[in-house]
Design a protein around this ligand. Sequence first.
Ligand code: ATP
Ligand code: MG
Length: 202
Amino acid sequence: MDTLPTEQLASWIATGEVLVADGRGPKVVRCRDGLLLKILRPRRHIALARLFPAAGRFTRNAECLLRLGFPAPHVREAFWLDRPHGLSGCRYEPLAGQSLEELLAEHPERLAALIPALARFILQLHARHIYFRSLHPGNILLLESGGFGLIDLLDLHLKPLPLSAWHIRRNFRHLEQALQRRQLANFPLDALRSEYERLRRL
Ligand SMILES: Nc1ncnc2c1ncn2[C@@H]1O[C@H](COP(=O)(O)OP(=O)(O)OP(=O)(O)O)[C@@H](O)[C@H]1O
Ligand SMILES: [Mg+2]
């Protein structure tokens, strides 16, 4: 993986639109050419991040989803931004759609109507061995083409077997905790869980 020239990063940030930032700077930038730039800072273990860049993991996870037939961003390039600090990045084609978090804020009744389809989607992910720890409404898009797509794919794992009951419970607990953290108390989690269970028993 090559190192991106510093000026290129500065130019993308200066000419693009910063969509998400935190205390350490921009995290997601919409570039002038329409691609999304994601800046991946190591959360812990800098030594590991130097060896296994997060941008590489993001790219592999996106490719894995696409291979299995699930919509995901097409990553066009991945690069080091600051290798000694384990900082990497990638640029990908955005998926056309709206996050379920936005939908919940703007049209909660539309989200409620989508719960059966969302339960089916999550069941399909689990059946195809996909364990996505960051499964929450900010990382699931309702696509313009219909159906759902996943973004923010760092915490995605392809398990050797379909998800066990334990992993399924744990995955729903992640979702519950994310809803609490993001203060999304009006997300219809109980309805989603019971629809998922109903489908699983069929
Ligand atoms: N592939 C994509 N297609 C469309 N929009 C995207 C895509 N990736 C990111 N976005 C937009 O950027 C926002 C944040 O992206 P992402 O979830 O990857 O970053 P994040 O750092 O986790 O931010 P957050 O903490 O808000 O989840 C998304 O909610 C969405 O609006
Ligand atoms: Mg996210």
